[in-house]
Design a protein around this ligand. Sequence first.
Ligand code: BGC
Length: 372
Amino acid sequence: MRYTTAAAALLGLCAQAHAATATRAGFGQLADGTKVEAVTLTNSAGMSAKIMTLGATLQSLVVPDKAGHKDDVVLGYDTAQEYLSRPDYFGASVGRYANRIAKGKFALDGKTYTLVTNDGPNHLHGGTKGFDKRMWKIDSVSSGTDAKVVLSYVSADGEEGYPGELKVTATYSLNDQNELKLEYRATTSKPTVLNLTNHSYFNLSGNDARDVMGNMVTLHAARFTPVDATLIPTGERKAVSGTVFDFQTAHRVGDRIRDARDQQIRFGRGYDHNFIVDGAAGTLRPAARVEEPVSGRVMEMSVTAPGVQFYTGNFLDGTYFGKGQRAYRQGDAICLEPGVFPDSPNHADFPTSRLNPGQSYVNTIVYKFSTH
Ligand code: BGC
């Protein structure tokens, strides 16, 4: 009996040693006195992810390189207030509608809704005070095979012009296989449109030692959605073959990014386009692979969403100073934002962004890290 107890205790200890842990702590306060918290998920393989309550934001993501050195691989700020003062969606949970809605207008069941235009003539990333600028609540924190945090936010009916009360959760979990899983879920009280995503800016060199032009990128996408000069999709689904948008096999980001013979590169100032992920939307399938040759870090992304916006930080202009007072410049990061296509509410033949009462919205993203 005593032996059994001792063995059980030992087994318990071993399990603990390999468990991933979640710890909750303060993360300073905003200028108006609002207290911000952060949960750090740590696994036994050297990875950790810090998520703060402002914007359910992935504030830091520490990943070992091929020599075992741990570095932060996402852009962002050291303090919560900077995320509000100099917002560029670093690591944020974006909503209600990530990406653009043309002229800030859409119709639903015969009624036209008008949203703020905060990106030239268009609506971008949920408006003036989108989900990235809201305080989310920590619903639960747990350690075990996965370290996990569940955050929630209730968006009032009419907030930022969108119909329906939307109840949203963001669940981040980290396991010992170096997989960070992120799941957005939502329900609504009235028919509405939505597109929730995470807007992390990845720089796998760690602490932004280098820009991302040398990163090798693969996108599992045979087609993309070309845009007009204001980055609204024209409606076309264009084959990437024979274009600078063909990342079906690995290419250096920088090799074709300056090819201004392609009008789409001119419009985006580089890559800022939605790629249509191969395979069936709704099932988790590979979308992208990014490899940083010097550090050897590799990120593989799987998604359930129909599309992924591939954006190369083209609007970073050196005026934003991030963690460790580092100036962020064009091409310093790769964003991969899984979701429905931009401006879906105005394109009947795009995968739908509509959510009805009684339905559950789910968007699952898995970021898997390794070295080569
Ligand atoms: C958009 C960019 C925008 C960036 C940051 C991306 O999702 O596609 O055009 O500049 O977010 O706000």
